[in-house]
Design a protein around this ligand. Sequence first.
Ligand code: ADP
Ligand code: MG
Ligand code: MG
Length: 218
Amino acid sequence: EPRPRALQVLAALRAAAREVAAAEDELGRLDSVAGDGDHGRGMVRGLEAAQQAAAAAVESGVDAGELLVAAGRAWSSRAGGTSGILWGAMLEAAGRTLPEDDAAWDRWATDPVRGAARAVQAAIEAVRRVGRAGLGDKTMLDSLDPFHRALRADPSVDLVAAWPRAAEAARAAATATSELRPRTGRARPLADRSVGHADPGATSLALVVRAVVPARVR
Ligand code: ADP
Ligand code: MG
Ligand code: MG
């Protein structure tokens, strides 16, 4: 019997996959400014793998957290590239923060904005642990951290309202990475070329969170 929250996460991954597929070429162009041009392809492959693993997880009857862990593992192992490893680690870490039974979900649902912020906090910690980048290094962290801060600071307990506000903060922050010089990753040797262009990983992260429309948790 599929769990409703697992189905919601699968739907979110599908929405993200559609959004990223539509931007694949643009993400590739951004990554070819100072990187190797494969970011669009890597994100599409990663999301395809994540979706397949999530669909199988739904069928096996697991809940949302375990589904995200399975999706993250598939993303890491099949996307290729730095961003694939980091996205896999993010989904796994976020998934581990989610409740494991209905009673815990009932508590989570009293303040889903703070619950989601804790999941995103875990994702940030995973990216920092694995990638060792800092804020301002021109990476996905530079849109992920503003996304997290916006969620955490949102006065609402309504995730359906708060999430898109945080997604808008991520979009603005991704655009603002144009001003930055890469201090880590493959783009670092050609850092000067990158100025004036947004970071591909920060841009795709903003697209993913924009595509995700949280359902009301009950
Ligand atoms: P690769 O550089 O291996 O080809 P991708 O092109 O898929 O991987 O992803 C590049 C993106 O990954 C960058 O735009 C940046 O946002 C992100 N990135 C690279 N290195 C790091 C890191 N150490 N920490 C966080 N994000 C990183
Ligand atoms: Mg690349
Ligand atoms: Mg590459």
